[in-house]
Design a protein around this ligand. Structure first.
Ligand SMILES: C[S@@+](CC[C@H](N)C(=O)[O-])C[C@H]1O[C@@H](n2cnc3c(N)ncnc32)[C@H](O)[C@@H]1O
Length: 272
């Protein structure tokens, strides 16, 4: 596991006990993703994997929609998994999405809200495909490339260091899913804008949910009061009519199906 991977895990574990308080965007994304799942899957899935489940708030929604289903609530942070409510139909699992601890071809639906942007998308999608039964679905959200363009732009006025995580464009994600042999791939995105009083609030929110750039964590001293002041000035270009600072998130949805007859990844790669 890379240093960055350890840092992401540590940041999420630290954020677990106050995660739900600050994860307003995550909750909104979770509800929107759930709506898509329920309008897409009319046959109740028997086995659901909530990958990167966090504190597990999607589990209650999944059980409400599919009362008979069994859910594996999986996250690489034990602190997050421990926070998931106990339920006879929920199994908790501490596991990394890059090597998911579930049997191959065992899952009907992989549901994953705002996790994959922290991962190597290719490895995780391969793992999801391995876990899915033939004909099973993945529904996930991630962050798109236009996420936090205001903050990125404000930082660019100060230095060239990337302070905000770079996210994969939606089209690349769709392309990747197709190359890995998924079918019926649908990718689309929508913008969600949150507003904040001060630029420090935008940054605090990111930190509290463990979403800050790990490169930035290493670059000590970059957020001195002077830097924050300059950043606030640069962010003023985006101020809205109410005098608030907008922060825009591009929420990307991926929906894909594992074919009934899977020709196999290795075969595909060799023939490319
Ligand atoms: C932004 S939170 C979203 C949590 C939850 N899905 C929700 O809707 O609130 C991202 C979650 O993904 C988990 N995560 C990040 N990278 C992971 C990985 N490689 N394997 C498993 N979980 C991971 C984090 O621990 C965190 O709980």
């Amino acid at each position: 596991m890379s240093l960055e991977h350890h840092q992401i895990k540590a940041a999420f574990s630290k954020a677990a006990d106050h995660y739900e308080q600050h994860a307003i965007l995550q909750k909104e994304a979770m509800l929107r993703l759930m709506e898509r799942v329920t309008s897409d899957l009319k046959t109740p899935p028997e086995q659901v994997l909530d990958l990167g489940c966090g504190t597990g708030w999607a589990c209650a929604e999944l059980l409400a929609a599919y009362p008979e289903t069994h859910i594996i609530a999986a996250d690489f942070s034990k602190t997050m998994v421990d926070a998931v409510d106990e339920h006879p139909q929920i199994s908790k699992r501490v596991t990394d999405a890059h090597g998911i601890d579930v049997h191959a071809h065992s899952i009907d639906l992989v549901y994953s809200n705002l996790m994959i942007q922290w991962c190597d998308e290719r490895i995780v999608l391969e793992e999801i495909k391995r876990a899915l039964k033939p004909g099973g679905y993945v529904h996930l959200t991630t962050m798109g490339e236009h996420t936090l363009y205001e903050l990125k732009s404000a930082w660019r006025a100060i230095d060239e260091v990337p302070h905000v995580n770079q996210f994969v464009p939606a089209t690349e994600l769709a392309d990747l899913a197709l190359r890995l042999g998924f079918e019926e791939v649908i990718v689309d995105s929508e913008f969600i804008t949150m507003t904040y009083g001060q630029v420090i609030d935008v940054m605090k929110d990111l930190k509290n949910i463990g979403a800050h750039n790990t490169d930035h964590m290493r670059a000590k001293g970059l957020t001195s009061p002077q830097v924050i002041h300059r950043l606030s000035q640069a962010y003023q270009t985006f101020i809205n009519d109410q005098g608030l600072l907008p922060a825009t998130y591009e929420l990307v949805y991926l929906r894909a199906k594992k074919p009934q007859k899977d020709v196999g990844l290795s075969l595909r790669i060799k023939s490319e």
